[in-house]
Design a protein around this ligand. Structure first.
Ligand code: DPX
Ligand code: MG
Length: 559
């Protein structure tokens, strides 16, 4: 026999979680003890539950799955925000919340950390709306089945789930976990459906002259990145990526043709998609943001959509066809069709050389982006926060192995600090560079203290343009002005007596260069470099993107 808490701990470790993120509370303390007892789990404290859930979201980007443990209501309500992000970003995060003693409802007790009624179901009901499975364990005997079935749903769908464990159940006895295959066994495509999808897709493409592959964000969660390269090699065509799929196809591949993001695309990417008579949309997600206010969406007639478990295009719709299997099968049936790659090379001039600014020059956004770009190595993971950081990051070239993380679907400003912290915990061998605006940083800045506590040598570039510049470009108002902070002093305040965090302020090109050289040497803690630039010194892409998103937001009511 084991206990409910230890059963859960075993399952979390079996799915590959080595570190779980927590904020303690009296409803989850016994559970935290049980998780801590497991030799394969390390507890990581967070400063609040919003950051805890975002750290788990970031950890899932690094490790494929994550767990965060919070207390009832006052904790879980904040954590819901990170769960929304995990849902939108296709990340299997397991939200675990303590909850009231199983006797309290029947005893008509009123309890702390509740809305002050006898209803203790509301949190579970809320969780059902933002997860693919939400369960409340009311009896120890039910724990094994509820835990197994809920965790399996997260693994199969790459979406978050919710498990609620009463404060008096974590140490109650239950049976030992069965084989891990119960939760880990993979699912295969339906063979006839897969065969039909591959055959019809090969036929569709054989009738096309100008084929392009468009890679979307779901290729990661579908574990299909290698299969995309296989298909690209077989076709020889141009391959472009959506902004939230940057780095999910190697930018050093000879057929890489850049980021397709309408007017915010990198050189030549939009033209080659517009020129194509077939666009193989792999794991793509078309939203108002990713299509620049619906101005950059390949026509339905040219789209062959290959999704996580479905293939759809003119006259064909095949279900239970898993992406990696479909792409590999298709790569064996298609013929070379390099027309779009040939054309892309005609269209695209060589990369413009950005000359370094003289050291004494006032720091510009362009010089800041140039110096950050030059730091990227194969071991780097760049986190680009919602803001002009998106547009700066999209333009940066990545060497083989470098990764790029962006939260374009949920777009919660402040995500990058806790998420990059969680990512760094999951992938300590990566050098994480985070680009975050001043407005975003102010939302979740406390989590830098955990970077100091764990001595994580992350470099944070804080883009200080004294306001919410994205919003300025969409629609300006006094509400876009924010209070300035002394960011360098703020970060160093977390050191107290023993921390090694460092803060720098760069107002010129030379100061930024010097700060970067110092930050590179600081291997015992985070280094934040405040890059002071003009409020209007933003990318031209942000200006155009903001214009079209504002237009999409401003459409008159139809009825
Ligand atoms: C206020 C808001 N979005 C609205 C918003 C408000 N609240 C949350 C949680 N998430 C959001 N996206 C956004 S994008 C700001 O421009 C971000 O400002 P900052 O971090 O300073 O970056 P830029 O200056 O480069 O835009
Ligand atoms: Mg700003």
């Amino acid at each position: 026999m084991t206990t409910v808490g230890s059963y859960l701990a075993t399952r979390l470790a079996q799915i590959g979680i080595e570190r779980h993120f927590v904020v303690p509370g009296d409803y989850n303390l016994l559970l935290l003890d049980k998780l801590q007892e497991h030799p394969g789990l390390d507890e990581i404290n967070c400063t609040n539950e919003l950051n805890c859930s975002m750290a788990a979201e970031g950890y899932a980007r690094a490790k494929g799955v994550a767990a965060c443990v919070v207390t009832y209501s006052v904790g879980a309500f904040s954590a819901f925000n990170g769960i929304g992000s995990a849902y939108g970003e296709n990340l299997p995060v397991i939200l675990i919340s303590g909850c009231p003693n199983t006797n309290d409802a029947g005893d008509f007790n009123l309890l702390h950390h509740t809305i002050g009624t006898h209803d203790f179901e509301y949190q579970l009901e809320m969780a059902k709306k933002i997860t693919v499975a939400a369960v409340s364990i009311r009896r120890a005997a039910d724990a094994p089945h509820l835990i197994d079935s809920t965790i399996r749903k997260a693994i199969l769908t790459n979406k978050p789930v919710y498990i609620e464990i009463p404060t008096n159940l974590a140490n109650q006895p239950c049976v030992l976990p069965g084989p891990e295959s119960v939760i880990l066994d993979s699912v295969e495509s339906d063979p006839p459906s897969l065969k039909e999808a591959v055959h019809q897709a090969a036929r569709f493409l054989s009738q096309k002259l100008k084929v392009t592959i468009l890679v979307g964000p779901k290729v990661r969660s579908a574990k299909a990145e290698d299969a995309v390269v296989q298909l690209a090699d077989a076709l020889g065509c141009a391959v472009v990526v959506m902004p939230n799929a940057k780095s999910f196809f190697p930018e050093t591949h000879p057929q890489y043709a850049g980021v397709y993001w309408g007017l915010a695309s990198t050189m030549g990417a939009q033209a080659i998609v517009d020129w194509s008579d077939a666009v193989i949309c792999i794991g793509t997600v078309f939203t108002d943001y990713s299509t620049v206010g619906w101005t950059a969406l390949p026509a339905e007639s040219v789209r062959l959509t290959a999704d996580v478990d479905q293939v759809q295009f003119a006259g064909t719709d095949c279900s239970r066809v898993y992406l990696a299997e479909f792409l590999s099968g298709l790569s064996l049936q298609v013929k070379k069709n390099p027309a779009t790659m040939v054309q892309y090379k005609r269209l695209t001039p060589p990369e413009p050389i950005v000359t370094p600014s003289p050291a004494k020059d006032k720091l510009s956004r362009k010089e800041m982006a140039r110096q950050i770009s030059s730091l990227i190595t194969p071991k780097t993971t760049v986190f680009a926060e919602t803001g002009d950081s998106w547009f700066n990051g999209i333009q940066m070239n990545l060497p083989e192995g470098a990764r790029f993380e962006i939260e374009m679907q949920w777009g919660h400003i402040g995500w990058s600090i806790p998420a990059s912290f969680g990512y760094a915990v999951g992938r300590p061998q990566s050098q994480v560079l985070t680009m975050v605006g001043d407005g975003s940083f102010q939302m979740t800045a406390q989590e830098v203290s955990q970077l100091t506590r764990l001595r994580i040598p992350m470099i944070i570039f804080l883009l200080n343009n004294i306001g919410y510049t994205i919003e300025v470009e969409i629609h300006d108002g006094i509400y876009n002005n924010i209070k300035n902070w002394d960011y360098a002093a703020f970060v160093e305040s977390f050191n107290a007596k023993d921390g090694q965090g460092r803060g720098y302020r760069a107002t010129t090109a030379g100061e930024l260069h010097a700060a970067i050289e110092s930050a590179k040497k600081n291997r015992n803690g985070p280094s934040l470099i405040e890059c002071v630039i003009d409020r209007d010194d933003c990318t031209k892409e942000l200006i155009s993107w903001g214009h079209f998103v504002a237009a999409a937001n401003g459409r008159a009511p139809k009825h």
